[in-house]
Design a protein around this ligand. Structure first.
Ligand SMILES: [Zn+2]
Length: 298
């Protein structure tokens, strides 16, 4: 991805933060972009077992909410709907779909999850989207915490348009750059504490973030490619019962500091709830075929 022009609005990008990788900010729309690279050989700080404990309850709750919205959108037609999830990870979305009677297949680059898919007979193809895909056109395509991990969001969104039926839905579940934790992380970085912002961008993890959107600049990008936003919803990002496990996910934090942080977060909950959401799910509807792919950039 070129780090001269913003993929959402074509505005100029200016260097903003120096962490493990550099972060740039669009002067026009405020999109944040990193020059992170995906290192296949690199051993990350992520502890997969702890991650599973800390996140499952929270994510399943959010997934049930999204599944309900999908059922509302398609009504009685839900039986004939074909969905695709890009980046299925541990299969929690596919599991939710099965429980909710929604037909959804997946694409996933990591072979590590294959025992889960095989045990549950989930229909998952291995590889990176869009190189790996079938000729099917889908009624919906969903990305759960995946959009921000893909470097070239402009050509990604063009491919998504091509792989959806007319009137199909692009569903993006994504962390927000103007949520409480993002704003706090940038503030702490200004005060000299770089570790939290580095953690938010997952620069020490296997698959870092390339972008941090807000609702407005995500809409700018996606509407350029023949989509119109029909709805968006706040998602919960904090389940206090498992906050400590989530913090311990990062090997740099020990149990005591995780206890202290979990306590601070409990006290801060009213403030967090009053702030802008840290994660949202967006429903965009395909209204036009985007013939010129990633082409709106002169
Ligand atoms: Zn921009």
């Amino acid at each position: 991805m070129s780090l001269n022009l913003c993929p959402a609005c074509n505005g100029a990008l200016k260097p903003k933060y120096k962490l493990k990788f550099d972060i740039f900010k669009c002067r026009e729309c405020g999109l944040y972009i990193s020059d992170a690279s995906f290192d296949h050989s690199f051993v990350s700080d992520m502890d997969n077992d702890m991650r599973a404990v800390g996140l499952e309850k929270l994510r399943i709750t959010n997934f049930k909410f999204i599944a309900d919205k999908i059922k509302q959108v398609f009504g009685t037609g839900i039986k004939n709907v074909k969905g695709l999830e890009i980046g299925c990870g541990n299969g929690w979305w596919l599991k939710t779909c099965r429980e909710e009677g929604i037909n959804c297949s997946g694409i996933e680059p990591e072979r590590a999850f294959s025992p889960i898919y095989e045990a549950n007979e989930y229909d998952v193809a291995y590889g990176f989207y869009p190189a790996t895909k079938s000729d099917t056109q889908y009624d919906f395509i969903i990305m759960n915490d995946v959009f921000e991990h893909i470097p070239d969001v402009d050509s990604l969104t063009a491919s998504l348009n091509a792989d959806l039926k007319d009137g199909g839905y692009l569903i993006i579940n994504i962390p927000m750059s103007d949520g409480f934790f993002s704003v706090t992380a940038r503030l702490l970085n200004k005060l000299g504490v770089k570790s939290i912002l580095n953690r938010m961008w997952q620069f020490d993890f296997h698959s870092p973030h390339y972008t941090y959107f807000n609702a407005a600049n995500l809409n700018l990008l996606v509407s350029k490619h023949g989509f119109v936003k029909v709805n968006d919803f706040r998602l919960n990002t904090l389940d206090l019962g498992s906050t400590k496990e989530r913090i311990v996910t990062d090997k740099k934090f020990n149990k005591l500091s995780a206890d202290i942080m979990a306590g601070v977060l409990t006290l801060a909950m009213p403030v967090i709830n009053a702030a802008k959401p840290d994660a949202k799910v967006f429903f965009f509807k395909k209204v036009a075929t985007n013939n010129n792919a990633a082409g709106n950039r002169e």
